[in-house]
Design a protein around this ligand. Sequence first.
Ligand code: CTP
Ligand code: MN
Ligand code: MN
Ligand code: MN
Length: 373
Amino acid sequence: AKSGPSAVTNTMGAYACQRKTPLEHHNAVLTDALLLLAENADFCTNEGRSVAFKRAASVLKALPGPVRRMEELQGLPCLGEHCQRVIKEILEHGASSEVEMTRHSEHYQAMKALTGIFGVGVKTAEQWHRAGIRHPADLVSSEHKLNRAQRAGVEYYEHLRVPVTKAEADRIGEIVKRAVDAVLLGAEITLTGGFRRGKQTGHDVDFLITHPDEGREEGLLPKVVSWLEDLLLYQKTNKNSYLEAKEWPARPPSNMDRFERCFSIFKLQRPWAALEEPPQSGERGAAETPGWKAVRVDLVVTPVSQFAFALLGWTGSQLFERDLRRWAGQKGMSLSSHALYDCEQKRYLRATSEEEIFAHLGLEYIPPGERNA
Ligand code: CTP
Ligand code: MN
Ligand code: MN
Ligand code: MN
């Protein structure tokens, strides 16, 4: 069967929010390679280069079939010279020398391990790397000062490396629901992030919390957190700092939203936490497998009037969000997880559903399962 991807070549939009990107796609070998280069560019604080590689990978994810020949890429957006060189080498030789060299480089491996610690970004990891730190274990005996988040990150490093399953996410959803019900009748929780896009595993679990009566949600989070106290290994709660009128146009919406939120680490009791491997007979098993698993959980509280924007902003993927905001900008609008502002009409555009926001933006609606850009 000769059904190459060329059919969509001319119609593919340059913005991720113009394309349907399913979770399962046909070009994983190529996208894995490009995403490793993107990750490495992040580790070298080269954001422009990182985004370029991510965009290219995202375009390949949206193709209806596997790329077999370079000619099939003609007319596709976001595929620069460097990306094409990498793709060509993989198509011809099965692997890219640049990717393999990067993958095995000491800098890449150390930065991957260090940025894999909860609470550690590229800047900190790079400082530690320059000081000879290569692995989280090196931090335990070092003189390097860790903040509270990083101490938790090192302590639960091995737990948090293990992907969270959908079953674990659902179990945590039940627990959070019980906590929310106990402190505010009628409050609602919604699973967002990668799990809402249909992923079967994730690095964390993301929830939005709201209440149908605007204002009732204020101050909810500290109560929820205190109800959950015994189940939380770590938590940092921030207040809501969003003010609509003052926020615009004095300062354009930043990527970082200002909702009341909590970054936490849950102590999830087994058997809901999936066992890495079934306990073997003899000494292994019960003694070595703890009865719980540490899981990263993000809780975000939104006033109901901002719910649709928060839902759209927290469902991701990150590249999809980035391109939504860029698309809005190019249309003379400004989109955040709180609101959509029309810069020409000088007014906020209200919405009570994601569909309405896509319509305001002049975009075809893309359901969550096809936002895996
Ligand atoms: N997000 C955000 N502000 C943050 C952190 C995340 O707005 N401070 C948004 C991201 O843009 C993303 C969504 O929240 O759209 C989920 O982020 P994250 O949990 O990091 O990614 P997932 O897509 O859920 O992937 P994973 O399965 O690895 O968790
Ligand atoms: Mn390169
Ligand atoms: Mn997530
Ligand atoms: Mn998250």
